[in-house]
Design a protein around this ligand. Structure first.
Ligand code: FAD
Ligand code: 2HG
Ligand code: ZN
Length: 474
């Protein structure tokens, strides 16, 4: 036990949490100490697993009194290393996973109140069972939890239609570093009562307090849904197709995802049961989802007419429309498992960037040229949420290059992409947050009054720097 930690702290936590609520066995903590990407391997004093807000508040009060630092963790699927403690071993890891209750859907207010530890897929299912849609959806939905999703302001596949996690949230309950509970769990669409405090905690990645519960919006369930996959000659053609769908029926558009040919080929080569759903190989592809609460929405006809016009124009080379739910799921699998394919492909870098949509072709052309100039043979595998201007501009090491040779150049590749992003008026972190990975970037990009204001907010809410130290603001 580090000597900065009072020897009786664990005993006090054990009393407050009971045997199910405190894990000290290193073997049982191991999985929670490494992030999904394997970038960080931390150590922790212990893993606290409070069962409700009172227990969470008791944990924070005890840590505050002892000046012990706390790291909130949800499903540990974050991409920026925000949810794992650092290496010193003097931080308490606090998992919200036992606080996973999902309340009844209010069909008139169209809201649901859930514990921070509710798993996204379970919430989606609960909403569907009640005839509603909870639209947040992403590849990690089987593990990611509402507290983590709100804390990173996650985006995902349906942002272009329903917004980010922030836009789906009406109220939250927060536990501050000193154990104070902020009861902001209101289910109101209109509430102009002073500063919108909840917005400061959403996207704060656990650096300002714990999100313990949330009241979220649900939407009418979709009675019809159509998914299509198209081969394209250029990135510009993807923009043209997006324009066409928007012009025909913007409200039906649920997702518009881009996949570089290289990313599709990598997924087909490395994942079991994944194959190209078209006879035509192309340099670019997109996956489009249309949906409507109406049964007779004519989505297949809409897809067919848009694709026919685009085929005639030459902006689509080939396309397939899923004929069943399982075919639609197969198309989504090809898209959603690209991160897993990249993990298997070997060393690489991820750049979760956003630019204004019209500048995406320039981003890709200039970013690839810059990285290939730095490292000849490096393989660009861009993909992502084109409808939101958010590209996962990722790269894999040249064939045969091992991690020891690649890693020293990883940061230069990220900077090369970011330089282009900056010139194009974009962001270096669109949806994965800052975590531990991008603190230096944040300090550089937001230096000046913006960063100063963030530091003042942090100092006001967490004056002893106990919440998730070393993350976001560094
Ligand atoms: P964690 O990883 O546990 O934590 C994330 C951050 O939130 C950490 O800083 C942690 O300290 C903090 N935190 C967690 N819970 C709380 C809480 N209750 N209160 C305060 N702070 C808390 N992200 C997207 O935005 N879009 C995608 O499309 C997407 N796809 C993904 C696909 C895969 C395969 C994977 C592995 C990840 C993907 N992600 C995506 C990233 C990740 O799933 C999301 O960032 C998600 O929001 C993290 O949720 P989590 O519960 O796993 O949080
Ligand atoms: C996705 O959209 C996720 O699949 C992960 O945001 C992106 O692996 C990545 O870079
Ligand atoms: Zn994404």
């Amino acid at each position: 036990m580090p000597d900065t930690v009072p020897p009786d702290l664990l005993a006090r936590l054990g009393e407050a949490l009971g045997p199910a609520g405190l894990v000290t066995d290193p073997a049982l903590m191991a999985a929670a100490l490494t992030d999904w990407r394997g970038l960080y391997h931390g150590r922790a004093l212990a893993l606290a697993r409070p069962a409700d807000t009172d227990e969470l508040s008791a944990v924070a009060r005890a840590c505050h009194a002892a000046r012990v630092k706390m790291v909130p963790q949800g499903g540990n699927t974050g991409m920026s290393g925000g949810g794992v403690p650092r290496e010193a071993g003097d931080e308490l890891l606090v998992s919200l996973s036992r606080m996973r209750a999902i309340g009844a859907i209010d069909p008139d207010g169209m809201t649901v109140t859930v514990g921070a530890g509710a798993v996204l897929a379970e919430l989606q299912q609960a909403a569907a069972d009640a005839g509603f849609l909870f639209p947040l959806s992403l590849g990690s939905q089987g593990s990611a939890q509402i507290g983590g999703l709100l804390s990173t302001n996650a985006g995902g596949n349906h942002t272009l239609r329903y917004g980010n996690a922030r836009d789906l949230c009406l109220g939250i309950e927060v536990v501050l570093a000193d154990g104070t509970v902020l009861p902001m769990l209101r289910a109101l669409r209109k509430d102009n009562t002073g500063y919108a405090l909840r917005q400061i905690f959403i996207g704060a990645e656990g650096t300002l307090g714990f999100i313990s519960r949330a009241t979220l919006r649900v939407f009418p369930g979709l009675s019809s849904r159509t998914v299509l996959f198209a081969a394209l000659p250029s990135v510009e053609a993807a923009l043209a197709l997006l324009r066409r769908f928007r012009a025909e029926d913007e409200a039906a558009l649920q997702a518009f995802e881009y996949l570089a040919g290289s990313a599709v080929e990598m997924a087909c080569a490395l994942l079991d049961g994944v194959s190209l759903p078209l006879g035509t190989r192309a340099p670019h592809y997109c996956l489009v989802e249309l949906g409507s609460p109406r049964r007779d929405a004519g989505l297949v006809e809409l897809a067919e007419s848009v694709l026919a016009a685009a085929l005639e124009e030459g902006t689509v080379l080939d396309a397939t429309i899923a004929a069943s739910g399982s075919q639609a799921a197969q198309l989504w699998r090809l898209r959603e498992e690209i991160p897993e394919a990249q993990r298997r492909a070997g060393p690489g870098v991820k750049n979760d960037v956003a630019v204004p949509i019209p500048r995406i072709p320039a981003l890709l052309a200039r970013g690839i040229a810059a990285c290939q100039a730095l490292m000849p043979g490096v393989r660009a595998i861009p993909f992502g949420h084109l409808g939101d201007g958010n590209i996962h501009f990722n790269f894999v090491a040249p064939e045969g290059m091992d991690a020891a040779l690649f890693e020293p150049h990883a940061e230069a590749l990220m900077h090369a992409v970011n330089d282009v992003v900056r010139e194009l008026g974009g962001s270096f972190s669109a949806e994965h947050g800052i975590g531990r990975l991008k603190t230096a970037m944040l300090a550089e990009w937001r230096a000046g009054p913006e960063l100063d204001t963030m530091r003042r907010i942090k100092a006001a809410l967490d004056p002893h720097g106990l919440m998730n130290p070393g993350k976001v603001l560094g």
